[in-house]
Design a protein around this ligand. Structure first.
Ligand code: DLL
Length: 445
């Protein structure tokens, strides 16, 4: 009897090889066709869009005859979703929606987003593609510590990992001690969480006497908040894995709009489903690739919630150079921060992640911090609260503070007062970390 050959494990570098390596002209051909369909969907099915598109000079969706035509179309902003709360921008009747997510935001009404079954399926495909690019493989155990619920992180990563063919542990955020037990017992190869929560887990593991570096973790897929290269090194050192960046936002889909591959040189933005531009946030003019600006995304396949030129408020740069991995899709360089989070300190523009990049990894300092904004007369001032590592004696805190302030001044160019606090003093996150405390309008005590 002929011997049955063991299944050959062919080395596949892409989950969707043809699509991920599509030549640029083919990508653009597909994008133009899908852009026209998206504009048609918005025009025919969302009463809010048509008058705006007409005012922009469009007499029908057929006028979209080149990708350049996109530049004539009006932007969509977060308040447009709020103004049409809850379902006003949906292009499908409520009965055709398979799921709703929402983000609470800090002020006002939630932003509500909806998905048809097809939208959910595309989303699962793109998260699976992202996880694969980051290094996850079918058959892996994926420990999913993104929050489940209205936040898109939990269910988004869950469906993607399932679509990839992984075994998902749907643990959600929080209950950190139990997370550590599950990680050491199940030995997942892949972990998904916010980067700040990954570090919070590492810290609790150390307190429990568990060495996460010996628990079989190989790949971490971290996102939902800005994080620096210094933070990446810190996470890799404490968890013993390769830390990869995943980006997304609920208004566009959720996690998986873009993700790093094994080269970690920018996040591949999946151009068969989205169109990426960067603009000058003040003038709204499109910027050439390579220049930092506000990321603007147009959806190309969304049925329930087509988005035309959505202003993300995220600041980044794009490059269309082909990555060393062979993927041809545009790369979004690390998102440094949101426009809303930009601090202006005596005329210098600063993002919290720039301060993070300077501080994290400095000797004696733990990777937990908060930026406190205050007022000194008419001027904004910044106080950095950072934490000492447990083995640092408190007498040394003033020295550490002076050293940190010196480096902030030298590298970022602002004067910040630095307070070094005892271990555990900065609140730990279970999801998105609160990096900024704005006390500028707080009553004086
Ligand atoms: O945070 C979706 C997500 C979940 C992405 C899990 C990645 C992983 P929202 O709650 O709508 O959606 O928040 C979107 O978070 O506009 C960025 O400001 C920020 N953000 C998301 N990913 C990154 C990242 C999810 N990798 C907002 N780097 C976005 C920097 C990020 N900022």
């Amino acid at each position: 009897m002929a011997e049955i050959a063991a299944p050959t494990q062919t080395k596949r570098e892409f989950l969707h090889p043809e699509m991920e390596t599509l030549p640029r002209e083919k990508i653009e051909e597909l994008q133009l066709q899908r852009l026209r369909e998206t504009v048609r969907n918005a025009w025919e099915n969302v009463p809010w869009h048509q008058p705006r598109l007409k005012a922009a000079g469009l007499s029908s969706p057929e006028d979209i005859d080149s990708l350049d035509a996109l530049q004539k179309l009006p932007f969509t902003v977060k308040t447009d979703l709020r103004d049409n709360y809850p379902f006003g921008l949906f292009a499908r009747p409520r009965t055709e929606l398979a799921r709703i997510h929402a983000s609470s935001g800090t002020t006002g009404k939630a932003t509500v987003v909806g998905y048809t079954m097809q939208d959910l399926s595309n989303w699962a495909d793109l998260v699976a593609r992202s996880l694969f690019a980051a290094g996850a493989r079918p058959g892996d155990i994926v420990h999913n510590a993104y929050g489940y619920g209205l936040f898109t992180g939990g269910l988004g990563a869950h469906d993607g990992a399932t679509r990839l063919g992984a075994t998902v542990v749907p643990v959600s955020g929080g209950g950190t001690e139990r997370q550590i037990t599950l990680i050491s017992d199940f030995r997942p190869r892949v972990i998904c969480s916010t980067p700040s929560y990954a570090l919070a887990m590492a810290e609790v593991a150390e307190q429990q006497g568990v060495d996460l570096r010996k628990c079989g973790l190989a790949v971490g897929v971290f996102g939902a908040e800005p994080w620096s290269e210094a933070m990446r090194q810190e996470i890799e050192a404490h968890l013993g894995l390769k830390a990869r960046d995943i980006y997304g936002l609920s208004e566009i889909m959720g996690p998986g709009v873009a993700c790093e591959c094994e080269h970690g040189q920018g996040l591949h933005g999946w151009e068969d489903h989205f169109l990426f531009e960067t603009i000058d946030p003040d003038t709204g003019k499109r910027l050439p690739d390579g220049e930092p600006g506000e990321l603007v995304i147009t959806t190309l396949t969304k049925q329930a919630l087509p988005m035309i030129r959505y202003r993300t408020r995220d600041i980044t740069r794009l490059t269309r150079e082909i990555c060393a991995c062979g993927r041809t899709h545009v790369r979004i360089l690390r998102v440094t921060g949101r426009n809303d989070d930009m601090l202006i300190v005596r005329g210098v523009n600063v993002y919290p992640s720039q301060l993070e990049a300077v501080l994290i990894g400095r000797p004696g300092i733990a990777p937990h911090y908060q930026v406190v904004l205050m007022k000194d007369g008419a001027l904004d001032t910044v106080r950095m609260e950072i934490e000492a590592l447990p083995d640092i004696p408190p007498e040394q805190y003033p020295l550490l503070a002076a050293d940190a302030a010196h480096h902030i001044k030298a590298i970022v160019g602002i004067s910040a007062h630095v307070d070094v606090l005892a271990p555990g003093a900065i609140p730990r996150s279970q999801g998105k970390a609160v990096r900024v405390r704005d006390l500028r309008n707080a009553p004086k005590s």
